[in-house]
Design a protein. Structure first.
Length: 374
């Protein structure tokens, strides 16, 4: 297999790419059995690292190429590792259903944790002097206000957060200013941001392009060479200005991420069977995920007027066991018990799902709730 005939494209019909009738050996399918760390995690991520070297075709077998960058898997694994270690050190500190529910609806941004040090580096370099362009950027009151907002943020992308709105707008501009000139607008604007952000993080953390290209240098400004710090603060200025225009009637500390990010749940069968838009917290990188459109061609690859989301968790389910070994399950679903829009149960589970609440999953031996149906 080679890059001339990658299996995710339309393949020749000459017979060379027909299925042989054989399956891959079970030993090469990603799996784990009683791992030492005590838990298994998957969140649409590359489970065994076949894309780590940026080439999914140079392994013994082809397993896939399109994976989530791994923010959610990392966040889940990190938090579960802490819970598991606490349980090992303290027999009374069991991992509870409440702890898992809290983890499932976490809206902390791992992307912010990764990008904040680079923003701080850009700010420190500007304060140190020596770069007139950078010093002028840092002297702008809007850039100062924007930096202070993000530097003091805890990374929790709740729907009432002003800093979350600024952060994701800044990240969108930062990414576009770094790569859109090299990739070209047609390719860049068609790529989901959550995939194009991965090379930015790699580049920021020391990986270099095989071409030797400096991605922070703008191809459209031949007379100067931009630095990471300049691109970082320019993106911050653009994001702050953009949101001031997006929210013209309120002060920046009153911006709301949930007002800027809108979730709609579409249906192939028409408007009567879809829901939204709703205000939501979280983002593509948070455990409580929202698949959000993050860039807009009309805005030079920067953030759109509204970051529209069309998917989130398909279901949430937590199962514990009582003293008798009987399962105690709680769940949340984005919808209702019925698929009929005229039925009162069409969306009777939706509000719980939107607001991160759970319902008991009732088993036959349990009594009906308050006279309700068993």
């Amino acid at each position: 297999m080679n890059l001339d005939t990658p299996p995710w494209k339309v393949l020749p019909s000459d017979g060379d790419f027909d299925w042989t009738g054989e399956f891959l050996p079970a030993r090469v399918i990603p799996h784990a059995l009683n791992p030492e760390r005590g838990f298994l995690v998957t969140a649409n991520n590359d489970p065994v690292g076949v894309t780590t070297d940026n080439n999914p075709l140079n392994d013994q077998y082809y397993l896939g190429w399109s994976y989530s960058p791994g923010f959610r898997a990392y966040a889940i694994s990190s938090n579960l590792a802490i819970l598991a270690e606490n349980a090992r050190q303290n027999p009374d500190a069991k991992i509870t259903a409440a702890a898992i529910k809290s983890l499932q609806v976490s809206e902390h941004s791992p992307l912010f944790d990764n990008l904040l040090p680079h923003l701080q580096q850009a700010w420190s370099t500007a304060q140190a002097g020596g770069d007139p362009v950078l010093e002028a950027m840092a002297a702008d009151p809007d850039v100062q206000a924007a930096y202070n907002m993000l530097a003091s943020w805890d990374g929790e992308a709740h729907k009432n957060s002003a800093a979350a709105a600024l952060f994701y707008a800044w990240a969108s501009y930062f990414n576009a200013l770094s790569f859109r000139d090299e990739m070209g607008s047609t390719v860049y604007d068609a790529m989901p941001f959550i995939y194009t952000i991965r090379p930015l993080l790699a580049y920021l953390n020391g990986y270099s392009a095989t071409s030797g290209r400096d991605f922070f240098d703008d191809l459209n400004t031949a007379e100067q060479v931009e630095t990471m710090e300049q691109v970082c603060l320019r993106a911050l200025n653009l994001a702050y200005t953009f949101l001031k225009e997006r929210f013209p009637t309120v002060e920046p500390d009153q911006w709301r991420w949930g007002e800027y990010q809108q979730l709609s749940i579409p249906s192939l069968f028409g408007e009567r069977l879809q829901w939204g838009p709703f205000e939501r917290g979280g983002m593509d990188d948070t455990i409580n995920v929202n698949g959000t459109v993050f860039s807009e061609a009309a805005n030079q690859g920067g953030p759109p007027e509204t970051m529209a989301s069309q998917f989130g968790a398909a279901a949430r389910l937590v199962i514990a066991f009582d003293a008798d070994g009987w399962p105690v399950a709680e769940f949340a679903l984005p919808g209702g018990q019925s698929g009929d829009p005229d039925d009162p149960h069409f969306e009777d589970l939706l509000d719980d799902w939107l607001n991160n609440r759970y319902r008991r999953f009732w088993f036959k031996r349990d009594p009906p709730r308050h006279g309700g149906a068993a």
